[in-house]
Design a protein around this ligand. Structure first.
Ligand code: MG
Length: 388
């Protein structure tokens, strides 16, 4: 059986309770569609192999527009009910080879910290289902004809959130045996009904569901206030030498000489790793991958970049943009620029329009001008939670 973890993102609501003319998953917060926030949070987590999106009838075009240049592994048409939409997604995944673990998430909860996914997947080691929940802090009363009635004991009461994590086969079987005339507001109910245990893990206030217009205003304000922009820069130089391969931005470039040094000596990726680590204030590439350590000899530098991206995700951060400048007389970078952008975007799970690659010469001055080496500069802009 496949060992993969798949995220099923339900974005099939047609709802207008949040105000405005368009369903809430396509509205923007912080300039970015709600759906795109949710996809970035799921796809950016290293444990999640693919994201399957479920949309409502006639919403596929709007969903593709909201994804901008992001890709998902499938867009599946949902049903009239949330339960039916999840079922459609599960059947699609089953027909595509199945999965070991599934995270079912609602796009209306777009601000998903990586730490919640970590807790869910850890809990899933010991139970077939795990859900995030928060204790109820407010006093609860039952209302009787618009008057406050009896106080409900809130002891042991929790507010349940998504994503909810399950062993795939258990959830699929539970959905298939559920009575189609009954509705369920979440998948944990469906799994429990088939006799399985569901474990609670700590949820997160940031996962609050967007329902009403004021939820959007609050999310917009919180997004601005709760995140800070960090910038890091990196610089690196490697020597050009005969009998070496030339790797730049994770792409092998045909050239009469290549770069010598640490790993595959991809000077551009090294500068970019330093920019990312710099924005996190977490040292430099040499402190994480010492050049003296033989295990890094000849290794593909893409591994260092994947590692740096994981460090960003672990801090609940997002990479907003990266900008690289290559400094050399030769080779010409222009013919390779698109391939370089695509490769860096692929490694960082970013749309290519958030990866910039530029090149310059030094007018034949200095070491780069004498073709003795290639230098690279990088700037990385991250969005990080402000209070860490
Ligand atoms: Mg280097």
């Amino acid at each position: 059986m496949t060992d993969r973890t798949v995220a099923l993102l339900v974005a099939a609501g047609q709802g207008s309770r949040a105000g405005g003319d368009i369903p809430k998953q396509f509205r923007r917060i912080g300039g970015k569609p709600v759906l795109a926030h949710a996809v970035d949070a799921l796809a950016g987590h290293t444990a999640i192999g693919s994201v399957v999106l479920v949309v409502g009838a006639g919403q596929e075009e709007d969903a593709r527009a909201a994804l901008e240049s992001r890709t998902v592994s499938a867009i599946v048409q949902g049903a009239d009910s949330r339960r039916g939409s999840v079922r459609a997604g599960l059947e699609h995944i089953a027909s595509a080879g199945g999965a070991a673990r599934i995270l079912v998430h609602d796009a209306a909860r777009p601000f998903l910290p990586a730490t919640v996914i970590d807790r869910l997947l850890a809990a899933l080691e010991g139970a077939p289902g795990a859900i995030p929940a928060l204790p109820v802090a407010d006093t609860l009363v039952r209302s009787e004809h618009d008057k406050a009635g009896d106080v409900v004991d809130r002891d042991g009461l929790f507010r349940v959130q998504t994503p909810q994590a399950f062993r795939f086969d258990a959830l699929l079987a539970a959905h298939r045996s559920w009575d189609g005339n009954r509705e369920a507001t979440d998948d944990a109910q469906i799994l429990r009904h088939s006799g399985h245990d569901v474990t609670l893990v700590a949820g997160d206030e940031r996962l609050e569901k967007l329902t009403y217009a004021e939820d959007f205003l609050r999310a917009e304000a919180r997004l601005g206030a709760a995140r800070s922009v960090r910038t890091g820069m990196g610089y690196d130089v490697h020597r050009l030498a005969p009998d070496e391969e030339l790797w730049l931005c994770g792409v092998r470039i045909p050239h009469d000489r290549g770069l010598a040094g640490h790993s595959d000596a991809d000077v551009a990726i090294h500068a970019l790793v330093d920019a990312l680590l710099g924005a996190l204030a977490e040292g430099d590439i040499g402190s994480h991958f010492p050049p003296s350590d033989p295990q890094w000899r000849g290794v593909a530098s893409s591994r260092f970049l994947e590692y740096a991206a994981e460090r960003v995700a672990k801090r609940d951060g997002f990479i907003e943009h990266v900008d690289l400048t290559l400094i050399c007389e030769a080779p010409k970078i222009g013919p390779h620029r698109d391939a370089m952008r695509a490769r860096i975007a692929e490694i960082l799970h970013l749309p290519p329009n958030r990866v910039s690659i530029k090149a310059t010469t030094t007018e034949r001055l200095g070491f780069a001008g004498r073709r003795e080496g290639i230098a690279a500069q990088a700037v990385a802009t991250l969005s990080l939670p402000a209070l860490i």
